[in-house]
Design a protein around this ligand. Structure first.
Ligand SMILES: *Cc1c(COP(=O)(O)O)cnc(C)c1O
Length: 387
């Protein structure tokens, strides 16, 4: 993992300027509104809520510290934080799209993002999901009314890495805005805006916060697009990040670089162990992907979330293996300090999995900080249940 020293410093920095002695950490502006000295000043503030402190559903000083950090890390002009990743994703779709538009989702995409796209059909917004990552196939899948290309890379569940520069170039050629969900890689490892994307979204609840104790999301883009998203969606949807939660994210980010380094090393050890196991048919880990040229050009390192497919792929075997794990906790989400396990196979109809080429025996791991040896021993015991 080759991290940018300036990025590490940005993650660690507290942000209180002025004369020493100053607090080491950012003060929490636990307030819903800001009082003005006279009415005319409030009237002026209301005319520019995207840059004035009027109401915390607009701007809040603690949240702004996080927004400045994320904008700097992504090399973007502006950032807005949200009360969840889905809050951020909703705001991008509702802020940028109109009835009659089409969205092209490229690569395996976070389930609720696609569910939201299904809901947007009620408002006359169509979409397609494209799993073929070749730029020529992307060009072919764009329609005359495609307004937005949505790219998740590495993608959900199978962690396939798409070439951001090549795919955003195709979209740009056709005047299509691109948005990259960068939650898996974090801005420390992948910078989609520098590769040609127009918008980046994050589930900040995952690695950035990093301790499974807060929900947050972020949008990073140009000042002009952010302003549109702010007034058309952010202020009106109300998925606002609470100042105290922003503070928790800021604290979590101070150890982001250290966490990622350790989790990369441990995830690789665990992935290698799993790959060699007789009960396992395949491992879906960007470090083992065929397109290593793209992986190494685009990512400064890898995080600790990957999956593998059991050779015996019936639900009973999947459940037995998961239930035999003692260190990995069973739960949704990922990116915290505790290791987690889940499967997209819920024992019901597997038609959605089958349609997306996701093996029925898929098990997803999020590697925490317990140490590779402990995790390998846990998996050794559990995988014996699938032989
Ligand atoms: C979790 C997740 C989201 C949604 O974020 P929340 O904070 O849970 O709302 C979006 N994209 C990806 C890739 C995710 O894993």
């Amino acid at each position: 993992m080759q991290l940018d020293p300036g990025d590490i410093a940005l993650c660690i920095a507290g942000e209180v300027a002025g004369d020493a002695p100053a607090p080491m950490t950012v003060p929490i502006a636990q307030t819903s509104l800001f009082a003005y000295a006279d009415f005319q000043s409030l009237v002026d503030g209301l005319a520019a809520e995207h840059r004035q402190h009027v109401y915390t559903r607009g701007q809040n000083p603690t949240v702004e510290v996080l927004e400045r950090k994320l904008a700097a890390l992504e090399r973007g002009e502006a950032c807005k934080c949200f009360g969840s990743g889905m809050g951020a994703i909703s705001a991008v779709l509702l802020g940028l799209l109109e009835a009659g538009d089409h969205v092209l989702f490229v690569n395996h995409t976070y389930g609720p993002t696609l569910q939201l796209a299904m809901q947007l059909r009620r408002f006359g917004i169509a979409h397609d999901l494209l799993l073929d990552l070749e730029p020529a196939s992307v060009r072919h899948a764009l329609r005359p009314n495609t307004r937005l290309l949505w790219l998740e890379t590495p993608g959900t569940m199978l962690f396939r890495v798409a070439d951001i520069a090549a795919i955003t170039a195709v979209a740009r050629d056709r005047g299509v805005t691109t948005c990259v969900d960068n939650s898996w890689a974090t801005p420390l490892l992948q910078k989609p805006l520098a590769l040609g994307a127009d918008v980046v979204v994050h589930s900040v609840s995952k690695y950035l916060a990093g301790h499974s104790d807060v929900m947050a999301g972020a949008v990073i883009t140009s000042a002009a697009l952010l302003r549109q998203i702010f007034y058309r969606a952010y202020m009106l949807n109300g998925a606002v990040l609470a100042p105290h939660d922003a503070w928790l994210v800021l604290r979590g980010m101070r150890t982001l670089a250290a966490r990622l380094r350790q989790q990369e090393a441990d995830a690789r050890s665990v992935a290698e162990f799993v790959r060699a196991h007789a009960a396992v048919r395949g491992v879906f880990y960007p470090g083992f992907a065929d397109n290593q040229d793209v992986v190494t050009r685009q990512l400064r390192g890898l995080t600790g979330v990957f999956s593998f497919a059991l050779a015996r792929d019936d639900f009973a075997t999947v459940r037995r293996v998961i239930d035999a794990l003692r260190v990995f906790r069973i739960g949704v989400s990922w990116g915290g300090v505790e290791s987690l396990v889940i499967s997209p196979n819920r024992g019901e109809a597997t038609s959605v999995l089958d349609a997306q080429g996701i093996p029925r025996g898929l098990i997803r791991l999020s590697i925490g900080l317990e140490g590779a040896d402990v995790l390998v021993a846990d998996l050794e015991h559990a995988l014996a249940q699938a032989l």
